[in-house]
Each structure stands twice: as C-alpha cells, then as structure tokens.
Design a protein around this ligand. Structure first.
Ligand SMILES: CC(C)(COP(=O)(O)OP(=O)(O)OC[C@H]1O[C@@H](n2cnc3c(N)ncnc32)[C@H](O)[C@@H]1OP(=O)(O)O)[C@@H](O)C(=O)NCCC(=O)NCCS
Length: 85
C-alpha cells in the first residue's frame, strides 16, 4: 500500500474483498507469510481470521541478513459452516 494511503481502511477492504472473492470461487484455504515484526499486517491478518501456524527461521536473506517469516493460514468457512464457527 502506498505510504500516504495507509491507515485509512483500504488494506482491510482489499483483504476482505479478496477473502470474499476466494469464498465465492470455493477456495478451501488461504496461506500467507509475513515478517513477524510487521505489526500492521499481522494485526490485519489476525483480525481477518488468519491464524499463526509457526515461524520459518532464516527463511530468506534481505540486505545480507537472514530473516524469519511467519506462516499463517485461513480456512474459508463454507456458508453451511458459518453458524458453527
Ligand atoms: C499492511 C497494510 C497492507 C495494511 O493496510 P492499511 O490500509 O494501512 O490498513 P487499514 O487502514 O485497512 O487497517 C487494517 C488493520 O490493520 C491493522 N493496522 C493498520 N495499521 C496499523 C499500525 N500502524 N499498527 C498496528 N496495526 C495496524 C489494524 O488491525 C487495522 O484494523 P483497525 O482499523 O480495525 O484497527 C499496509 O500497512 C502496507 O501496505 N504495509 C506495507 C507493505 C506490507 O507490509 N504488506 C504486507 C506484507 S505481508
């Protein structure tokens, strides 16, 4: 997200629109990775229902430094499941 547009609800709307699109096309689950220190993204994904699966240690190098990434998943509720969750 362009820096000047952050913190105005755009990222949340994009993510929730993407999740709804995936649900309509009957995706079973969504998986992502992020830098665990990325507080804004982490809160956003948790708020959307993603759960943390674990840390991938020293997953990649950035600027010559090994970085951990966090793996998250979201199993998309089917309409008939919505009352059970
Ligand atoms: C992460 C990102 C996409 C969020 O988009 P955004 O439009 O700024 O976020 P929103 O305004 O929609 O906020 C959505 C939620 O994110 C979280 N959030 C946003 N900014 C935050 C901040 N500075 N600190 C903590 N949480 C924050 C909150 O949970 C917020 O929910 P709330 O409004 O109910 O409190 C955006 O900050 C971005 O592009 N960052 C740089 C790139 C990046 O990190 N991408 C993700 C890689 S995994």
């Amino acid at each position: 997200m362009e820096r000047t547009l952050r913190g105005q609800g755009v990222g949340k709307r994009l993510l929730f629109t993407g999740i709804e699109w995936a649900r309509q096309y009957e995706f079973h689950k969504l998986v992502l990775t992020l830098f665990p220190e990325n507080t804004a993204a982490r809160f956003l994904y948790l708020q959307a229902g993603f759960r943390s699966v674990g840390i991938l240690h020293e997953q990649a190098q950035l600027d010559g430094r090994w970085r951990d990434t966090e793996l998250m998943e979201y199993i998309i509720p089917r309409s008939e499941d919505s009352t059970k969750r």
